[in-house]
Each structure stands twice: as structure tokens, then as C-alpha cells.
Design a binder for this molecule. Sequence first.
Ligand SMILES: NC(=O)c1ccc[n+]([C@@H]2O[C@H](COP(=O)([O-])OP(=O)(O)OC[C@H]3O[C@@H](n4cnc5c(N)ncnc54)[C@H](OP(=O)(O)O)[C@@H]3O)[C@@H](O)[C@H]2O)c1
Length: 336
Amino acid sequence: MSSSSYSKASNGGEQMVCVTGAGGFIGSWVVKELLLRGYRVRGTARDPADSKNAHLLSLEGAKERFTLCRADVLDYESLRAAFTGCHGVLHVASPVSNDPELVPVAVEGTRNVINAAADEGVRRVVFTSSYGAVHMDPNRSPDAVLDETCWSDYEFCERTNNLYCCAKMMAEITATEAAAARGLPLAVVVPCVTTGLLLQQTLNFSSNHVARYLMGTKRSYPNAVAAYVDVRDVARAHVLAYERPGARGRYLCIGTVLHRAQLVAMLRELFPQYPVTAKCEDDGKPMAKPYKFSNQRARELGLEFTPLKKSLYEAVVCMQQNGHLPVISQQQRSYL
Ligand SMILES: NC(=O)c1ccc[n+]([C@@H]2O[C@H](COP(=O)([O-])OP(=O)(O)OC[C@H]3O[C@@H](n4cnc5c(N)ncnc54)[C@H](OP(=O)(O)O)[C@@H]3O)[C@@H](O)[C@H]2O)c1
């Protein structure tokens, strides 16, 4: 495919693109971004009629250019049907869980997606990996820069029961090998902890990561460092990687790296009325140091990163509006 036909699609052309896991936190934003750029979009969900997917139908452009179809990543024929007539597939769907029984769903599901896409003549696939496949290596030097060459230590993840990281590592390797075997161009977007405005009504895992501090259910925070990114940046990364004809391999999506103490301090500053803990689990021990990272490959696609404070603010206001967080005034705090 020539680069001109990609840019034509960005300007409101006719390309059909399928997004798996369309109703989820990231999937919904990927659908929204594609619709805004003029694509025809087919989303997949295991139960399209479930009210948790209703928000998709009211996205701008959805009435004219969006359909939602049933597909399970373990049901090969359902994937083939979903990909029929599509130029591209953005494979976002995955269980977000440490349940050992769901590891094969992520891995075999990804193999099915790549093979079904190849069988249907899809021209390009973007796969959503995770920085869980990248950063979990206890032997990485504290001075090393986290970039696309890094891989998590599989045995370490297994030993520490981070089975979600194992699943994402294996799924990414499976996607890469299967796409190479089938001659299918593949780009891999690697988001870290993703936050920001929710389009869906349900509370996904990474939004809950923030909500539980505001609810006061986390009585202390770990002596740990994590990387954060805004959900709109992640969605844009998917579409930019899809549209750039030469885009191959991994694109690390990290906006910032913070110690959890900095995250909770930011939440307390933004929303002083909530009972956000100021206690570290590891009081007295040396603090884990935020590591250096490179998001240069993503920036070369044209991606700009949203400041975390803005993402957190919008996430919290949205969770208040959706009823996931109580709306409390500053005076009420002392009664909690
Ligand atoms: N949010 C983050 O911080 C983060 C960070 C790094 C990577 N990621 C990756 O981003 C992707 C989306 O995550 P998310 O945060 O948006 O989670 P989410 O809101 O829980 O969405 C997960 C999606 O996967 C779909 N799914 C799960 N099992 C499936 C199956 N067997 N067949 C078909 N679809 C299935 C779900 O669709 P149903 O409607 O059918 O249930 C849902 O739409 C995942 O690949 C995740 O690993 C997320």
C-alpha cells in the first residue's frame, strides 16, 4: 500500500479498520481516534449487546461509520468474520488479569488474531503490548535507560506472580513471530500504566489504580516506581503507528516515571478533600529511584505526551461523574 492511501484515509477516506476489544478503556479511545480521522471502524466485543459497550454508538461519526460485531479471540471463525474487508487490525483486546487460566487466552488469542488477519488479506496489524513485558527485570542497572530493547525477566515475573506480565511477553513474542511467518507488517504499541478520561461506564484496572488511593482503600503506598501515560496518547500512538507505512517493531508509550510517593502527593495536591494516604509501606528504607526512559520512537511518529497532572485531574473528575468516586467537599473530609 502506498503512503498516499494512508494519508487519504486520515483525511476522511474509506479504509475499514477493525479494533478488537473496542469497548475497553484503551479500545474505546482507539475507536474514537479512528472515527475522528475519517476511518470506517468495525469494533469487536464478546457481547456487543452488553450495555457496557453502549458508549461506542454515541461517539462522533459512529452512526455513519461504526459497527460492533461479536468476536472472541479464542473463536477463530468469529475473528475471520470481523476482519473481512479490513485493511488494518488494531489488536487491543486482552484479559487484564493475573489469573493463570487467562494467560493462554492472551497468547493463543493473539496467534488467532494474526493468522485470521493474514487469512483475510489484512495489510497491517498494530498489537497492544504492555510495559509489563519490558520493565520487570530486577537485574537492570538503575542507570540503564528503559527503551524498546528491554524485556522483562520471565522467570522473575512468574516467581513474583506477575502472570499478566508473562502473558503480555508471550503474546507480544507470538504476535511478532506469527506476523513474520505470514509476511504481515506489524507495529507494537507498548503502553505503561494508562490514565485519563474514561469513555466507558465501567471501571478498568488502571483507572482503579488511581481510584483506590482517593477512596482511602490503599492505607499505604509501596516503595515502588511506575511509568504513566495518558489514554489519548496511547490511542493516538496506535493510529500513528498504523498510518506510518514503515512503522515496525515496538513503540514505548511512557509520558513520565514517578515514585508512588510522587503520585500520591500529586493526587493530594489536586484533590485535598480525599483521604489519600501519605504513608509508605517501607518507611525507613531507601526509596526506589525513578529510572530513565526513552519515548523517542513514539515521538518520531509525531506523538506528544500529555502532562500527568492533567490526565489525573481529568480521570478523577470523570470517575466522580460516572459515580466511581464520591463527590466530596473539603469540609466533609474530616468525617471520613
Ligand atoms: N490500561 C493500562 O494501564 C494498560 C497498560 C499497558 C497495556 N495495556 C493493554 O491495553 C489493552 C486494553 O487494556 P484496557 O486497559 O483498555 O483494559 P480493559 O478496559 O479491561 O479492556 C480489555 C478488553 O479486552 C477484551 N477481552 C478480554 N478478553 C477477551 C477475549 N477472550 N476475547 C475478546 N476480547 C477480550 C475486553 O472485551 P469484552 O468486552 O469482550 O470483555 C475488553 O474490551 C490490553 O491489551 C492491555 O494488556 C493496558
